[in-house]
Design a protein around this ligand. Structure first.
Ligand code: NDP
Length: 445
């Protein structure tokens, strides 16, 4: 396989789609060796077929604000690959949403979902709608207008969307309500649902919990653990919240959270009542990071900076793509950070990842380390099909087990002759092999 030649063609077909091209290159470089060892993948066109989404759907979403003004946003659903199960992946509502971002996320999702061991294909969707500052009614009207188009494309056995940035339990609720009305059915067509109407316990915190479970497994290979460690977390959304909660439970002290305008440094640790306060702010759609520093005197708000300059043992980037670059990686390494586990999707730039690997930092790539969210979505789908609900302990145990299996798969495919585990390679190869073999079995479709 000639990675450069394939990339030239992908660049020609998808000009300017920076994030998508970045994600494709990373996977191709990781799987090059295994594809060269298995020439039948190339003969069957697996690489070309896996790189291109099955279909990309865009639609207009007109909605009315509280003052009666009409706005028009763009909606998307990228159905990437369904070789091992129905398309599955979140919906993102954020002004930065474009096709490149959704294609990168959908592409990553194929391998992530494959790693979970559950039967789920890859997809992603969303809109450039900005939920910030919108009233509850405006959010509801937007979600309903979005579903008016999306419902034609999804179904419990075809495509099962979930949440992502800007889409939490409230938005899933409004979209599910509209789907149910339009389709005249009450099925598990979305995950992240409320507990009273088909949701799974642990789903909201699953991505963050899973990320910490994965980091715990990586640390274990070096006889280390979370107890007594200092941790830097970025963002304060669904993923960051779960990660902070679990890291604290395991005895670590989380000293940062962040937003787009800066970060909070709280040397006394962010836990307990402080997390409850942050959740209240989030629920009321308010700015989170700055008010925290007014409320808690131990905390300092550092404007325009990222948390990676703080001296910590473990870093958990949980906000957004490309939020940790080469300089940030250099600072973390210089300060003695031993483990970086991606809660967000592709938060570390390729240059940062390269530095971590060169310096033998334990580095967990998002497609493995944050797979706990979609894994628990898969568990929600199973509970919906079986028409029963598992307890919190049952779901958490299954999640923990899945994260350990993902770690094992990464070690199996990513360990080099010196015993160093390249988790990026391990995750890409393990995720790829399962999907590629399924595609081979199913013929040219
Ligand atoms: P949320 O919308 O709940 O939270 C995102 C958080 O990141 C917010 O606190 C936001 O701050 C902050 N943020 C956004 N942009 C920046 C930035 N440039 N710098 C610093 N902070 C920023 O999203 P999620 O927690 O659901 O998702 C976070 C990441 O995790 C995404 O990459 C997502 O794709 C990934 N992910 C999510 C899963 C899930 O289950 N939700 C599953 C797997 C991956 P503010 O609100 O102030 O904008």
């Amino acid at each position: 396989m000639n990675v450069e030649k394939i990339m030239q063609e992908v660049e020609r077909k998808n000009p300017g789609e920076v994030e998508y091209l970045q994600a494709v290159r990373e996977v191709l470089e990781s799987i090059e060796e295994v594809v060269n060892e298995n020439p039948h993948f190339e003969t069957a066109g697996i690489i070309e077929r896996i790189i291109d989404p099955d279909r990309v759907l865009t639609f207009k979403v007109p909605w009315v604000d509280d003052k009666g003004k009409v706005h028009v946003n763009r909606g998307f659903r990228v159905q990437f690959n369904n070789a091992i199960g129905p398309y599955k992946g979140g919906l993102r509502f954020h002004p930065s949403v474009n096709l490149s971002i959704l294609k990168f996320l959908g592409f990553e999702q194929i391998f992530k979902n494959s790693l979970t061991t559950l039967p789920m294909g890859g997809g992603k969707g969303g809109s450039d709608f900005d939920p910030k500052g919108k009233s509850d009614n405006e959010i509801m009207r937007f979600c309903q207008a979005f579903m008016l188009e999306l419902w034609k494309l999804i179904g419990p056995s075809t495509d099962v969307p979930a949440g992502d940035i800007g889409v939490g339990g409230r938005e899933i609720g409004y979209m599910y309500g509209m789907y149910k009305k339009l389709a005249s059915e009450n099925t598990g067509v979305l995950t992240g649902k409320g507990i009273n109407w088909g949701g799974s316990l642990i789903r909201p915190e699953a991505t963050g919990f899973g990320n910490v479970y994965f980091a715990k497994e990586m640390l274990k290979t070096k006889n280390k653990d979370f107890n007594g460690k200092l941790v830097a977390v970025s963002g304060f959304g669904n993923v960051a919240w779960g990660a902070i909660t679990k890291a604290t439970e395991l005895g670590a002290k989380v000293v940062t959270i962040s937003g787009p305008d800066g970060y909070i440094y709280d040397p006394e640790g962010i836990s307990g009542a402080k997390i409850d306060y942050l959740l209240e702010l989030r629920a009321s759609n308010q700015d989170i990071v700055k008010p925290y520093s007014y409320e808690f005197p131990s905390a300092q708000f550092i404007p325009g900076k990222k948390p990676w300059e703080v001296k910590v043992d473990i870093a958990l980037p949980c906000a957004t793509q490309n939020e940790l670059d080469k300089n940030d990686a250099q600072m973390l390494i210089k300060n003695g950070c031993v483990c970086v586990s991606e809660g967000a999707n592709m938060p570390c730039t390729p240059e940062a990842v390269e530095l971590f690997l060169e310096n033998k930092v334990l580095f967990g790539p998002g497609k493995a380390a944050n797979a706990g969210g979609v894994a628990t979505s898969g568990l929600e789908m199973t509970q919906n099909s079986m028409k029963l609900s598992w307890t919190r302990e049952e779901v958490d145990e299954k999640l923990h087990h899945i994260m350990c299996s993902i770690h094992e798969a990464c070690v199996k495919h990513g360990k080099d002759d010196d015993g160093f585990v390249n988790y990026v390679k391990g995750a890409n190869v393990a995720g790829f092999l399962k999907v590629a073999n399924a595609m081979l079995d199913q013929g040219i479709v």
